[in-house]
Write a protein that binds this ligand. Structure first.
Ligand SMILES: [Zn+2]
Length: 560
């Protein structure tokens, strides 16, 4: 190369470098779509994705798949999971320690979204009670998109479960919609809207859920495509269904009633309905077509209800996923046509996984079972009475949380021998792996105890228990309070892999496809989306998944 050519080449490099350094920031996505599939285990992708051809397939093939993602905390349940996904923080920060917890001031258990100041705004029959986001201690991504962008985001969330729709949205929103069986249809809350939201009202009137009455849930795929057995050991469907296909969506007297609504919620028909309502939301509000970035959050609940009753290896779980694949496919096709492929970003994850059915694990020689919360409570009460003298010491047991009478904690603080006695008694209950005095979680976690660390991330002062009791692997709590599902085949809510590991897939605008095997948690989703949208989360525990950012997005990163 001549000197002149070298100078010219150097000049070109300089020009290119300058151009890169001063490139206008990549525009943010027009629409953020956050999809939560309730109870979707991470391994469902590797095990069942060969059965998919629609939206789930597109996300796996064309997205950034974090195949080792997992919640790092103990309380792997719906409300905590959704709040973690939406805020980018763990329970220790956002305060949602479970689906419900014992309120020490009120002296009773409260739901995570229970809100005495809110009333229900129904799109069907009127119902009492109210739900709202007041107990979520953090701002959500959607909240920040509303507050920080020059054109506030329109925020729409929907689910069958109120806790999922509310936790995905946050503190204000344009439409937060969920199903209420007592109302016989969908509802929202005065926390978000003082009157029915017109487009939701129009859709739900034109598409009553009862139109699905009498339908029969059959296998979508050829019978030979399903792995494992249809009627596996220990499956416990609702009384009106058997463990085998088909499953009819009938009311008791042939009319739509509570039984019909229960069957409908726990069938893929409810996912399909949410998919259609999501499409209607995009059209009605022209989501993704405004000047800013809009937010659509969808939590598909059917898989959780199906998984509890039929277990992770059931044909029903596989079929629910195969149908969800089509439902999400229809949504993606619609977004391509309206918002435009490449203009929106999707994050798909789950709020928790699920344990194998204990009877199936036990049949393989694995120590597995159901832990009765009453036994844990009784063991604590007996040990406390023996150490401190006769009296009533235990107020409540709620899953892993054991709540004591207010003065007992102080007594145990001053009496290490009594404390040891209680901890020993708790650890001796069959099915218990570990028990901690909550005040010692910090020091135990610092000393490298992984169970204490998981419990600490789920711990929120005033809401969590005074003792934290954790089941052994393949064991889970049942019947500890009204929200437990003692009749179900299986459950979740522990710190073991089957509960903690969930999919994380990012797809679309700003995302570099590929399989990423690094560790990640669902708390990384909101920071990553916030980064793509140019907003700041106040207190995230997660971090930006920078490997999955497309080069244009990384250029923005260098600029800022
Ligand atoms: Zn569940």
């Amino acid at each position: 190369m001549t000197a002149a050519a070298r100078r010219a080449a150097a000049a070109i490099v300089l020009i290119l470098t300058a151009a890169a350094a001063h490139a206008a920031p990549a525009p943010p996505p027009k629409l953020v779509v956050l999809i939560v599939v309730d109870q979707m285990r991470a391994d469902y992708i590797s095990r069942y994705s060969h059965q998919w051809t629609g939206g789930l397939r597109r996300l796996v093939d064309g997205g950034a798949w974090f195949s080792r993602a997992a919640y790092p905390y103990l309380s792997t349940v719906t409300c905590a999971g959704h709040a973690t996904v939406s805020t980018g923080a763990f329970s220790r920060t956002h305060g949602i320690v479970g689906n419900s917890w014992f309120d020490r001031d009120l002296g009773r258990s409260i739901g995570c979204t229970a809100d005495p100041a809110a009333t229900t705004v129904s799109y069907a029959s009127p119902v009492s009670g109210g739900h709202g986001p007041s107990r979520i201690a953090s701002a959500t991504l959607a909240d920040e998109l509303r507050s920080q962008l020059p054109v506030p985001a329109r925020v729409v969330t929907l689910s069958i479960k109120e806790r999922s729709a509310i936790a995905l949205a946050g503190h204000r929103a344009d439409a937060v919609t969920w199903f209420n069986p007592a109302a016989g249809g969908f509802v929202t809350s005065s926390a978000y809207a003082s009157a029915p939201v017109p487009f939701v009202e129009a859709f739900t009137k034109a598409n009553p859920v009862t139109a699905d009455a009498g339908k029969v849930w059959t296998r979508t795929l050829p019978a030979g495509h399903y792995l494992f057995a249809d009627a596996g050991k220990g499956e416990k469907p609702a009384a009106f269904w058997t463990a085998e296909f088909p499953h009819a969506l009938n009311g008791k007297g042939g009319v739509p009633d509570a039984q019909f609504f229960e069957a409908w919620e726990g069938s893929p028909y409810s996912d399909d309905y949410l998919g259609r309502l999501a499409i209607a939301s995009v059209d009605a509000l022209k989501l993704g077509l405004g000047k800013g970035t809009d937010f659509l959050g969808i939590s598909f609940s059917a898989l959780d209800l199906v998984g509890h009753d039929f277990g992770p290896t059931s044909h029903e779980v596989q079929d629910t996923l195969a149908r969800l694949d089509r439902t999400i496919g229809a949504l993606l096709d619609h977004l391509d046509r309206t918002v435009g492929a490449g203009n929106y970003v999707i994050a798909l994850t789950a709020d928790h996984g699920a344990a194998p059915i204990p009877e199936q694990a036990a049949a393989l020689g694995i120590d597995a079972g159901r832990l009765d919360g009453a036994l844990v409570r009784q063991a604590a009460q007996t040990a406390l009475a023996s150490a401190l003298g006769p009296g009533s010491y235990v107020v409540r047991g709620q899953y892993s949380d054991l709540i004591l009478e207010p003065d007992v904690v102080e007594k145990l603080r001053r009496d290490p021998r009594a404390l040891d006695e209680v901890l020993r008694a708790l650890r001796a209950v069959p099915g218990v792996a570990a028990a901690f005095f909550a005040e010692q979680l910090d020091s135990r976690a610092a000393a490298g105890d992984d169970k204490a660390r998981a419990a600490l991330l789920s711990y929120y002062p005033g809401r969590s228990g005074d003792f934290i009791v954790m089941p052994k692997p393949y064991w889970f709590f049942v019947a500890a309070d009204g929200t437990a599902q003692p009749g179900s085949a299986t459950s979740h809510g522990t710190m073991y892999g089957y509960d903690q590991k969930v999919p994380i897939i990012l797809f679309g605008k700003g995302i570099k496809p590929g399989e990423y095997a690094r560790a990640a948690t669902p708390a990384d989703i909101a920071p990553t989306l916030a980064y793509l949208c140019g907003v700041t989360l106040a207190h995230a525990d997660g971090e930006v998944l920078s490997e999955a950012l497309a080069p244009a997005a990384q250029a923005v990163r260098r600029e800022r």
